[in-house]
Design a binder for this molecule. Sequence first.
Ligand code: TYM
Length: 324
Amino acid sequence: MRILTGLQPSGKLHIGNYFGAIEPAVRLQTQGEAFYFIANYHAMTTMESAEALQENTFNLALDFISCGLDPEHSVLFVQSAVPEVNELAWILSTVCPMGLLERCHSYKDKVAKGFQPQHALFAYPALMAADILLYDSDLVPVGKDQKQHLEVTRDLAGKMNDAFGEGLFKLPEALIAENTAVVPGLDGQKMSKSYGNTLPIFGEEKPLLKMVNKKILTDSTPLEDPKPVEGSVLLQLYRLFAGEAEYQAMVDAHLAGGVGYGTFKKQLFEAYWEYFRPARECREALLQDPAHITDVLDKGAARAREEAAKVLTRVRRAVGLGWH
Ligand code: TYM
């Protein structure tokens, strides 16, 4: 089984990325052959500078490995190291109706947020479909915000199979974990870089503690009173890091009253900080040897290209682009 996912190097990784994609990706890497990549072509649609893109690409590789990606077992590569993906994106574009792309939320959301409506932003889902189909992927672990893109991918694969022969492409399945499909941000909206409501995976302890204390959404229930459990962002986030018994104890303390939000925030921060301790320590160690990261990416690219070449040869032949 081929498991594949991609993350954009568009800023610091946050716990939404972690629980939506990284944690399942790391958990699944022993279940089959894992191909994980850094979607730098995609990030170009919103990046401000070449330097930032390059730096974020390296940091994402470092962070992903620190979170448990095993480069001995899994293939980690940078999207642009396999430029063949653009050819497949073009081929898929020839069967991709405009209406399919026009319906995609991500484009509409980005434009509503003030991004320039360029072609690359519009055609983003066709490139994403190519990312997935180029490696004959079976399973794609992602957060819920990518569900529609996976549907577009299946749709395009189906259209290609109808036009050029059944079995040309595998139809991939999205893997969206129910309880972490949408990790809430500190303000209760979906956690997202563009909402400025993220809790990063890595960072300095003091500013992060301050951020949790200041930014997390709570109400003004007095200390002695019972506090609402339904819809509590603090509880939803705590649940990600705490064991079931600890989580239940915090729920009970909410219902009983007599404990202030300050105490709950402190407990949340401690659980979060402990949860990522092993990843933080691993990251510190890896930082001593940056050449190891580039080496992993180079090896990953070579392996990914090998696989991509097989699929692309098959596709070129099927659509009439090959002449041998
Ligand atoms: P990106 O970089 O925005 O996000 C990376 C992964 O994190 C998930 N995610 C979340 N999950 C739960 N709750 C949240 N609040 C949250 N925020 C982000 C995303 O769903 C995603 O799984 N288009 C992709 C990158 C991509 C890709 C691919 C993914 C390009 N090609 C091929 C899979 C397969 C994106 O922008 O992810």
